[in-house]
Design a protein around this ligand. Structure first.
Ligand SMILES: NC(=O)c1ccc[n+]([C@@H]2O[C@H](COP(=O)([O-])OP(=O)(O)OC[C@H]3O[C@@H](n4cnc5c(N)ncnc54)[C@H](OP(=O)(O)O)[C@@H]3O)[C@@H](O)[C@H]2O)c1
Length: 284
C-alpha cells in the first residue's frame, strides 16, 4: 500500500491519476474530502487531516510500505516534512519518496531550496530507503498568466531574461508514479526537466507560434511583483519566492537532463504541446 500526500494539487494529482492507471493500491492524506471525491470513486482510501497532526499521520501510515511526501512551500514546510519522516520511521515504512526541487543543493542560497535540501539530508540520515524527485520549473506555473495572455496578449513575470528547462506536471507525475511502483530507484535523486532550456522571451515565442498571434513577455521589476503579491502570500513565503525568482533571473536553471527519457522511455512534453493542450485557456 502506498500513501500519497498532496493529491489535491498539481503533482500529487497527476501522480495519483497515473498510479490509479497502473492499478496501485493507494491511500491519500487529504485535508478536504470533497476535493478528493474522484479518488474515492477510483477506490483510493482517504484519511482526512492535516500533515501537522501526528495522530492523523500515524493512522494514515498504518500498513504503508511506500510514502510520497509533497508539501507546498511555506515557513512550516521543513518542520512538517521532518516530522512526517520521523513518523514514517516509527510506522515501519520502507521507502520515502520526496518532492524536492532541482535548485535544492548543498550550496543553495535561498530559503525554499535550502529547506528542501535540509529535508533531503534528514531523510538520507533516517535509515529509510529514499528517492528524491527534483523537478525544474513547472509549465503549469504559466497557467497563472492565462488571463493576461488571453486578454492582453502578454504576460509579465519577475524572471528577467533568466532561463528554465521547464517540465510539464504530467511528466513529473509520471516519474513519481514510476518511482513508487518500479524498482531501482532507492538512493537516487532524479532531476526532471522538459526538453529545452528557454528564456521567458522564448516562452512568449512558443505561445505566439501555437496561438497564431503575437504574445509578448514583459519582465516585471521585482519590487512590483513584491507589491502585487503582498497580502496574497504570507511574508516568509513572499520573501522566499522573490529570492527564488531573482535567482532564476540572475543565474537561471540552465540545463536539461535525459532522466525523464531514461525512466519513462519517451521524450518529455515540449512547451508547444503544453500550450496546445491548454489552448482554450489562452485563446483570445
Ligand atoms: N512550481 C514549481 O515550478 C516547482 C518546481 C520544482 C519543485 N516544486 C515543489 O513542488 C511542491 C509543490 O507542488 P505542487 O505545485 O503540486 O503543489 P500544490 O499544487 O500547491 O498542492 C499542494 C498540495 O499539498 C496539500 N497540502 C497543503 N498543506 C497541507 C497540509 N498542511 N497538510 C496536508 N496536505 C497539505 C494541498 O492540499 P489542499 O488542497 O487541502 O490545499 C495540495 O494537495 C513544492 O514543494 C515546491 O517546492 C515546485
Amino acid at each position: 500500500m502506498i500513501l500519497l500526500t498532496g493529491v489535491t494539487g498539481k503533482i500529487g494529482g497527476e501522480t495519483a491519476r497515473q498510479l490509479i492507471a497502473r492499478g496501485a493500491k493507494l491511500r491519500a492524506l487529504v485535508r478536504d474530502v470533497a476535493k478528493a471525491a474522484d479518488l474515492k470513486a477510483a477506490g483510493v482510501e482517504r484519511v482526512v487531516g492535516d500533515i501537522a497532526d501526528v495522530d492523523t499521520v500515524r493512522r494514515a501510515l498504518t500498513g504503508i510500505e511506500k510514502a510520497f511526501l509533497l508539501l507546498p512551500n511555506g515557513e512550516q514546510q521543513e518542520a512538517s516534512e521532518k516530522q512526517f519522516t520521523d513518523l514514517c520511521v516509527a510506522a515501519g515504512v520502507k521507502h520515502l519518496v520526496k518532492m524536492s526541487s532541482m535548485e535544492a543543493t548543498a550550496t543553495a542560497q535561498t530559503p525554499i531550496p535550502r529547506a528542501h535540501w535540509a529535508v533531503e539530508e534528514y531523510i538520507r540520515a533516517s535509515g529509510l530507503a529514499w528517492t528524491m524527485v527534483k523537478p525544474n520549473f513547472f509549465m503549469q506555473n504559466l497557467l497563472a498568466s492565462a488571463k493576461s495572455i488571453r486578454e492582453q496578449d502578454k504576460f509579465s513575470l519577475p524572471m528577467g531574461q533568466g532561463t528554465t528547462g521547464m517540465a510539464d506536471a504530467r511528466d513529473i507525475g509520471a516519474v513519481c508514479a514510476e518511482v513508487l511502483t518500479g524498482t531501482g530507484h532507492a538512493g537516487k535523486s532524479h532531476e526532471i526537466t522538459g526538453p529545452e532550456v528557454l528564456t521567458f522571451s522564448q516562452v512568449a515565442e512558443r505561445f505566439s507560434e501555437v496561438l497564431g498571434r503575437k504574445i509578448e513577455y514583459v519582465p516585471m521589476p521585482m519590487a512590483q511583483f513584491r507589491e502585487r503579491m503582498t497580502g496574497i502570500l504570507k511574508p516568509w513565503h513572499l520573501n522566499a519566492v522573490c529570492q527564488l525568482f531573482q535567482e532564476i533571473a540572475d543565474i537561471g536553471l540552465d540545463h536539461t537532463t535525459g532522466t525523464f527519457r531514461q525512466l519513462i522511455g519517451r521524450e518529455p512534453i515540449p512547451l508547444r504541446q503544453f500550450i496546445r493542450d491548454h489552448e482554450a485557456l489562452f485563446r483570445a
